[in-house]
Design a protein around this ligand. Structure first.
Ligand SMILES: [Fe+2]
Length: 388
């Protein structure tokens, strides 16, 4: 057993502030020429700033926003520019019942486009109090629930729900949308493909990568391509496993002793508080997320181990439903690489692989996620049997 596994202290680092402290940049990329655009921002959860994507689809009536990002002045300006060329924003979609990072930006985006209809996935919930959507800022007079109130743009789009899955404190439900004219399938969290190089979004500010590329808190942030890549690999491991196997969390006193040194006193460097030590061999964990060194379609480990550990069949059924889409050409997830080239046959093959491989294991870097799942079961927060 490695030191990292033996060290079972609950990490205290989640108490630290959120990135990017209100300053948020957006990268707009045309994903399918003239038809689909991605709006990418960094969204921080404690020490990990991960890219999050809104997808904009051009329809006959105007534009549809799938999984909105923060409605910054820059985003609104870019959307106005698309509106000038392709018509007004007519539909805003919140495609998940549980993904808070996708839910929080919706009310502000709805206010910015007061003539757009807002469609949300069924089974919306909030924690600790279950509040109605209008209390959370959703406009009651123009908010509809997908499937319960119908679906929008049925002539151009097909809608494919995944779930519901009972999470105890709420429900997981995600809705994928297929846009026929571009061949693009929009998904939220269920499917991802991770690239070995950091996303272009970090070109504007590589500091989150350089922060994680260091070995100690008193090390300066040095900008090289190799260090950016190392930082990216580590951030992906954080986001994928929360507590990867080869990560040691330092005691607070030791981390503080290395903090506030010259050159790392900025908020962006968490004032030099770097409470981690990566153990030899950690790179192999990231490489296991690639195939032949390249991105490939996969289920995010957090979803596999915490959402679907006992409902693999439900997930397989959804993937097979998506594999029935004849003109599928691209998958565009809300995180990581996009667009991912993917045909119906590719999805069939993917389902076959999932069916035969080990599922929701508890070894190596999966151990921390497995511990969370076991605790939720032990405390009876989530049910042992699959029931939705
Ligand atoms: Fe997400």
């Amino acid at each position: 057993m490695s030191d990292a596994v033996a060290d079972q202290r609950w990490p205290w680092w989640p108490l630290l502030p959120l990135y990017p402290y209100g300053r948020r940049r957006t990268l707009v990329r045309e994903l399918v020429p003239g038809l689909v655009w991605g709006f990418e921002q960094l969204q921080g959860l404690f020490y990990v700033a991960v890219p999050i994507r809104m997808t904009v689809v051009r329809l006959r009536e105007g534009l549809l926003l799938y999984a909105p990002v923060a409605a910054t002045a820059e985003v609104i300006q870019e959307l106005r520019s698309l509106e000038a060329r392709h018509g007004p924003v007519v539909t805003i979609v919140l495609p998940t019942s549980s993904g808070l990072e996708h839910k929080l930006p919706v009310p502000a985006m709805a206010r910015a486009f007061p003539r757009a209809q807002v469609w949300v996935s069924p089974k919306q919930w909030s924690f600790p109090l279950s509040l109605p959507l209008d209390w959370l800022g959703f406009p009651a007079d123009r908010t509809r629930v997908l499937f319960e109130d119908g679906v929008p743009h049925g002539d151009a789009l097909s809608w494919h729900p995944l779930g519901p899955v009972n999470l105890g404190i709420g429900t997981f439900l995600e809705v994928a949308v297929f846009h026929r004219s571009s061949g693009a399938l929009l998904v939220t969290d269920a499917l991802v493909a991770i690239a070995p190089d950091p996303p272009q979004l970090f070109d504007a500010d590589p500091r989150p990568l350089l922060f994680h590329a260091r070995e100690r808190g008193d090390e300066q942030l040095q900008d090289t391509a190799e260090r950016r890549r190392r930082g990216w690999w580590r951030m992906v491991l954080f986001a994928s496993y929360f507590r990867p196997e080869f990560l040691q969390v330092l005691p607070l006193a030791e981390a503080l002793a290395l903090s506030c040194r010259v050159g790392v006193r900025q908020a962006e460097a968490y004032f030099g508080i770097y409470p981690f030590r990566w153990l030899p061999g950690w790179e192999a964990d990231f490489e296991a997320l690639l195939r032949g060194g390249q991105p490939h379609l996969q289920i995010a480990p957090v979803l596999e181990r915490l959402v679907f550990p006992r409902s693999k069949e439900l997930l397989l059924g959804w993937i097979r439903e998506l594999a029935g889409i004849d003109s599928l050409a691209w998958i565009i997830p809300a995180h990581y690489t996009a667009p991912v080239h993917c045909t119906s046959q590719d999805l069939c093959n993917f389902a076959g692989e999932l069916e035969t491989r080990d599922w929701a294991c508890s070894e190596g870097s999966w151990r921390f996620l497995a511990g969370l799942d076991n605790n939720l079961l032990r405390w009876r927060i989530i049910p042992r049997s699959v029931q939705n």
